[in-house]
Design a protein around this ligand. Sequence first.
Ligand SMILES: Cc1ncc(COP(=O)(O)O)c(C=O)c1O
Length: 479
Amino acid sequence: MTKLIFEKGKPGRRAIHLPKMDTPDYMNTLSKKYMRKTPADLPEVSEPDVVRHYTDLSTKNFGVDANFYPLGSCTMKYNPKINEYMAALPGFSDVHPLQPEHTVQGCLELMHCLQQLLCEIAGMDAFSLQPAAGAQGEITGLMIMRKYLNDHGLEHKNIILVPDSSHGTNPASAALAGFTVQTIPSDQKGQTDLQQLKEMVHDGVAGLMLTNPNTVGVFEEHIEEIASVIHSVNGLLYYDGANANAIVGIVRPGDMGFDLVHFNLHKTFSTPHGGGGPGSGPIGVKKFLEEYLPNPVVKKDSDRYFLDYSSPCSIGKIHSFYGNFGVLVKAYCYILNLGREGLIQVAENAVLNANYIAKRLGEFLKIPFDKGFMHEFIVSYDTLLDQGIHAKDAAKRLIDFGIHPPTMYFPAIVSEALMIEPTETESKETLDRFCDLMEQIYQEGINDPELLKTTPHTKTVRRLDEVAAARNPVIKYME
Ligand SMILES: Cc1ncc(COP(=O)(O)O)c(C=O)c1O
């Protein structure tokens, strides 16, 4: 068990030696009532103690730089370090957001170019880089939809449709934006049930939120018809770009009929996802919605870039300053570095890798909706329930082998679901090792179920009550 820093060291040990004070001792001028009565109980440690302590801690955190991370719906791909380096260049990292525009022309140019690249990739006409996450992109898009509908005498439209496989943020964002949410069932192929959709669509429908490929990893083959059904009642089609890693450079949401799109730069475009940020969820729109984008938008006139606050229809600001600028730099470098051909290869390899694993796992596991996956797929781990083995047991066992568990129990429409997304950055050797381990674990489930029920066995943290850990975290050293 790792000792806490407070439990290490001895009185009098120091990691730093401060020079003697050469300024007046202001402590004596402070009123006594503001002073501590007893010295703070701080750890007294040497430099090696500190360095070893934090180096040890750093190895306890799992990340994609450490090992394979096949977390479905999250695109935990390796992010090239060159992009981190570029974002850390002083010209990008040392600027202040309140600097006059003429002193930050390079940063504004980068944002302007990124807006244009995202327009091209999404098939949209304008982008705002402000939202700091996918979920914030969603709420921004829904606020734009609300304002647009109100401005066009369509206040009565207040229903947002979402498929039953949708990510929880979709209905949550719609509710937060004041809409009523209705759920469309999926059909046998894991796609939006077109017949049901047609029956549910009427004049009160404001729009549909969809991710394509959807969260079971299947491409919605009727997307154009879905778009025309929604548009036939003057509704709007919102694209949740969380799964864009499967389609970048190949198809564009704008060409499928979507009116609004958010991308998760922290999934598809080279910023590590997970760990709570910083992220970025730029929102793109078709021309008729452009004036509703959050202020300011980066624009260019003949010889300078500027922040345009002039749109009277804008929904206003939704993030301080201009969004998470460092993430924008990484995305820009990533896109330029790969180019069009490189982006296409990203999507193709992401899909190839997922299908390779699905094929191998399908030899012993149950795979629903197995008609052509895109970048991720679902396993239904319900064939060992008689042995008392659940999806969670198999997922936790992977931790013993240094692999992050896949997403568990999502989407809720599949029993004992494991959602696996290998991403394009993994080699065949890594994929084979994962498949071999999954097979070994399945055999363990048959032959030694207790082993699985008590995993992980090799880590500092064993079976946690995840809900309690999230709701009642113990973050204090001592009570
Ligand atoms: C399908 C889908 N939509 C939306 C989101 C929300 O994105 P974010 O976590 O950036 O808010 C996620 C997050 O993983 C997702 O998988």
